[in-house]
Design a protein around this ligand. Structure first.
Ligand SMILES: NC(=O)c1ccc[n+]([C@@H]2O[C@H](COP(=O)([O-])OP(=O)(O)OC[C@H]3O[C@@H](n4cnc5c(N)ncnc54)[C@H](O)[C@@H]3O)[C@@H](O)[C@H]2O)c1
Length: 328
């Protein structure tokens, strides 16, 4: 597999949970410059490493052409800026369309106009196939016209735009499954793992919306970031879609117990009705294509990943508290 090193990168949404880890990885790999474009709506400057090679540009991704008028010619763009995620989009569908729809179009237009090396697009494993599909989900499964949330619709829209722009610029569509790890601050619209770790640390109940037998495919953020870097650097990935998951399903009730064990918490597990839009009983990525073409090999098992995430929460407790306090 041919891999070309990434010398210059621009990450939209680079101050977010995944973007901030991607910045670290690219620097560790020897990147010359990493430009972060972020409006800090759900990202935080303190998540970013202090390094002279990191250039922070504050603003709306829809204004990318104005914000970054002269990018380095061989820049790889990682387009991660998004209005996150399903429930947020149900509550605020026009904000979702603004960032996830127009923001993706603006990124592709700008990258194509400057003939940049590649755009790696953060799509979602919950998009594309819809909920009537049996796990494991493969990249070549048919696209559903019956998606469950505006977020899923706009993530799919971004893929349509990537395919359209492929004639002018190399694009790779990455379908993330459930990412977790250091860097994700809990919040109303955030993922289950950070929210449950925080609740467990505070002795509050972990509420399962459903029966607890639902499954998800949880991938540790460093493994996901490894997949992203491969999507940016493997020449044969151009024009393709890849599932970035582990291929392993975890029951939601097992996840709750794993978090209680890792935090040493005696929090109760409670049950509430499934959210109205959430029809997915099983989620599991088929990662055969990502293994073959990208060499993806997720290495971190759930227990280890949760332990590392809990360690980060303990280390950053006061900054997380301040951030949550500022959001309230
Ligand atoms: N976390 C997951 O499990 C998961 C799953 C599937 C897909 N994804 C996708 O991966 C990407 C990164 O997710 P994340 O978990 O790091 O989310 P995140 O919310 O932590 O990161 C998104 C970043 O985008 C920034 N942003 C939002 N709107 C913006 C705008 N208009 N202009 C500029 N910046 C803006 C936010 O401030 C934030 O830093 C997103 O595109 C998301 O949809 C994530």
């Amino acid at each position: 597999m041919q891999r070309d090193p990434i010398r210059h990168a621009l990450i939209t949404g680079g101050a977010g949970a995944i973007g901030s880890r991607l910045v670290r990885r690219l620097l560790a790999d020897g990147a010359i410059s990493v430009t972060v474009v972020d409006d800090f709506s759900s990202g935080y400057a303190w998540l970013l490493p202090k390094d002279a090679r990191v250039h922070l540009v504050r603003g709306d991704v829809c204004d990318l052409a104005r914000l970054v008028p002269t990018p380095e010619p061989d820049t790889v763009v990682f387009h991660l800026a998004a209005f996150f995620a399903n429930q947020n989009s149900v509550d605020h569908p026009t904000d979702d369309l603004h960032t996830n729809g127009l923001g993706t179009l603006a990124t592709l237009m700008w990258a194509a106009d400057h003939a940049l090396r590649r755009v790696v697009y953060a799509s979602a494993g919950c998009s594309i196939a819809g909920h009537n599909i049996d796990a494991p989900i493969r990249e070549d499964m048919p696209v559903s016209l019956f998606l469950d949330t505006p977020y899923q619709i706009t993530k799919a829209l971004g893929e349509f735009y990537c395919n359209y722009y492929q004639a002018r610029i190399s694009t790779v569509r990455c379908r993330f499954f459930n990412s977790y790890g250091p860097g994700e601050v809990p919040g109303e619209y955030r993922n289950v793992i950070p929210n449950w770790i925080w609740k467990a640390m505070h002795g509050e109940p972990l509420v399962i919306t459903g029966t607890g037998d639902e499954t998800r495919d949880f991938i540790f953020v460093n493994d996901l970031v490894d997949g992203l870097v491969r999507c940016g650097s493997v020449s044969g990935a151009s024009g393709e879609a890849f599932n970035l998951g582990t291929g392993i399903q975890t029951r939601v009730r097992d996840l709750a117990n794993a978090i209680l064990a890792a935090t040493g918490s005696t929090s109760a597990i409670q049950f509430a009705p499934r959210r109205a839009w959430d029809h997915s009983l099983r989620r599991q990525a088929d990662i055969g294509k990502a293994r073959e073409v990208l060499g993806l090999a997720p290495a971190v098992r759930l227990e280890q990943g949760i332990a590392e995430t809990v360690a980060w929460f303990r280390e950053e407790r006061s900054r997380i508290e301040e951030t949550i306090g500022a959001m309230a």
